[in-house]
Design a protein. Structure first.
Length: 91
C-alpha cells in the first residue's frame, strides 16, 4: 500500500502549476510496474468540470481540509436512534 499525502477535501494543484483542484478520492494506482498513491481530482475551467487521476507526488498542497475529528475515526449519524455507525463512501 502506498503512502497517501492527501485526503478527500484537500485543495491541491500540479507542481508544475495550473488550477486549484479538489481531491474527491484517493487510491493506489500502477505507474509502470510501481504502485503509487493516487488522487482523483476535480476542477472547473471555462464553466466545464474536469476529473482526472494524478499520482500524488505530482501534486502540491494549496490547503488541507480542516477536520474536526481524527482522520481515522468514525462518528455516529447525528440524530440516529440506534447509534448506527457512519460509513464513508469509497471509490
Amino acid at each position: 500500500m502506498a503512502l497517501h499525502l492527501f485526503r478527500e477535501g484537500d485543495l491541491v494543484c500540479q507542481q508544475s502549476g495550473g488550477p486549484e483542484m479538489l481531491v474527491v478520492a484517493t487510491a493506489d494506482c500502477l505507474m509502470g510496474e510501481e504502485l503509487v498513491a493516487g488522487a482523483i481530482c476535480v476542477w472547473e475551467f471555462e464553466h466545464r468540470l474536469f476529473e482526472r487521476l494524478f499520482a500524488q507526488h505530482e501534486l502540491a498542497p494549496v490547503r488541507y481540509n480542516r477536520r474536526r475529528n481524527n482522520r481515522d475515526t468514525f462518528d455516529k449519524i447525528p440524530g440516529s436512534q440506534d447509534g448506527e455507525p457512519w460509513t464513508p463512501l469509497h471509490f
